[in-house]
Design a protein around this ligand. Structure first.
Ligand code: ATP
Ligand code: MG
Length: 442
């Protein structure tokens, strides 16, 4: 395939007929997060490689196999972000955001990069909506973050998505667990894949997350971390469960969830769908109480999740009615000649200020070709502007659905006719929106 017209493997274009779906889920995610008091943060696409080695963990698949790492022209090792937590925390620490009132509640929409084997729901460039809550050690913070993810699924009317939770403990209880794991895996050492053999002493929990069939089969019989929780972690986990129940959230405990990133502690969770094939985990997250300190910040409990937007979209594709239909063109003006085109432009300016989607001919098409084009756009109304209309100042506003036409005054009648017809505006009047926001701020 020619390189010039073929995108790199594992990347995707979002074409115009689909971009409104992306806008819809992104807006739903951000709006929902706002209801929970989360504010958006934006941070660079690339960071120093060291940041990911430290935070994601250098025995993880992400760091060992999947990162896009390169040397820049200044001989620095740079990595395209494989996830959003590290960059968020780096920005938080660099900008002193932990000095604000806590908890600090942040969310983001980012592209992420991982060199993986591309398949349905698994790309090399993918997109995440993520949230991070910093400063609270309370189990209610865990529940709040889970409620936020669930609320996004609910708003999008996604059904058949299951919440699985687990606790992977803290460094205190984990040292006992590590010993148990090492002794268990040692008896299968020769059968483990090479990567896992090297993980055995350093980070045996990683073996539980290995995707190789042999390793996962062995891992299925390994001791489970829930049997090793210290009192503090057990109490925390119990409380998370009772709070979830109190909020009417159903869940199951899956002692095999360990998550693919090293920084997690205590609660980990996944939202999994059976409907989109092997890559069914749409959202994964958990606590990472030790991470901020590892990165040189003050000891601060924290947690978050990452939601894969491509997988979310796959789910939504199964219920197309979940999308609001794409906004049609409200009015297509068909000018005939230069003077009429100028008039069309002038009319369009006013209509768009009011939030109506309005288009007119820019190609010098014939009247017939213009009507054909208006049909293709799915225009609600059309307005033909010829010499006669310019002279009389009146034109026929035609409803393309019913075929009915009504005469409108070009100077005063077009806007009120559209309002009359009850056409919803594409966007709110922008000036009004800004005024409203300013009032809210005050
Ligand atoms: P998986 O087990 O599927 O590899 P993960 O544990 O590596 O997922 P996380 O690092 O927790 O995933 O990322 C959070 C979410 O981001 C995942 O639940 C998934 O929805 C999405 N995601 C992760 N990797 C990819 C990818 N390569 N392509 C598309 N989405 C992805
Ligand atoms: Mg992965």
């Amino acid at each position: 395939m020619p390189l010039l017209t073929t995108a790199p493997r594992g990347t995707q274009d979002v074409l115009p007929q689909n971009s409104y779906k992306w806008q819809f889920i992104e807006k739903t995610a951000l709006d929902t997060a706002r209801l929970f008091g989360f504010k958006e943060i934006r941070f660079p696409t690339f960071e120093h490689t060291e940041l990911f080695n430290r935070s994601v963990g250098d025995t993880t698949d992400v760091v060992q196999k999947e990162m896009y790492t390169f040397e820049d022209k200044g001989n620095r090792s740079i990595t395209l972000r494989p996830e959003g937590t590290a960059g968020t925390l780096r920005a938080v620490l660099q900008n002193g955001l932990l000095n604000d009132a806590l908890p600090q509640k942040l969310c983001y929409l980012v592209s992420c990069f991982r060199y993986e084997k591309p398949q349905a729901g698994r790309l090399r460039e993918f997109h995440q909506f993520g949230v991070e809550m910093l400063g609270s050690q309370s189990p209610s913070a865990d529940v709040e973050v889970i409620l936020l993810a669930k609320s996004i699924f609910d708003t999008l009317k996604i059904q058949n998505i299951d919440l699985h939770i687990n606790s992977i403990g803290c460094p205190k209880c984990r040292s006992e667990y590590h010993k148990a794991l090492i002794s268990y895996f040692n008896s299968y050492k020769d059968q483990l894949c090479e990567t896992c053999q090297s993980r055995l002493e350093k980070n045996p929990m990683r073996i539980l997350d290995c995707k190789s069939p042999v390793c996962s089969k062995i891992a299925a019989g390994a001791p489970v971390v829930l049997d090793y929780l210290c009192e503090d972690c057990q109490t925390h986990f119990d409380k998370v469960q009772s709070l979830l129940k109190a909020c009417g959230v159903s869940f199951s405990i899956d002692p095999h969830i360990v998550r693919g990133l090293d920084y997690y502690t205590k609660t980990v969770f996944e939202f999994v769908s059976q409907n989109i094939g092997a890559q069914g985990t749409v959202c994964g997250g958990g606590r990472y109480d030790g991470l901020i300190e590892t990165l040189g910040g003050p000891s601060t409990p924290a947690l978050g999740f990452g939601m894969g937007l491509e997988r979310l979209l796959l789910l939504l594709e199964q219920t197309p009615e979940a999308y609001p239909p794409e906004k049609r063109c409200d009015l297509y003006i068909a000018p005939l000649g230069e003077e009429a085109t100028a008039k069309a432009a002038q009319l369009a300016v006013g209509l768009r200020q009011e939030g109506f989607r309005c288009e007119y001919d820019l190609m010098g098409k014939s009247a017939k070709a213009q009507m054909k084009y208006a049909n293709k756009l799915g225009a609600h109304f059309t307005l033909v502007l010829g010499d006669n209309e310019l002279q009389t100042g009146k034109a026929a506003l035609k409803n393309m659905d019913t075929g009915e036409a009504r005469e409108v005054d070009l100077e005063t009648g077009v806007l009120s006719a559209l309002y009359d017809e009850g056409i919803a505006q594409t966007i709110h009047n922008i000036t009004q929106d800004i005024e409203h926001l300013m009032k809210e701020e005050r």
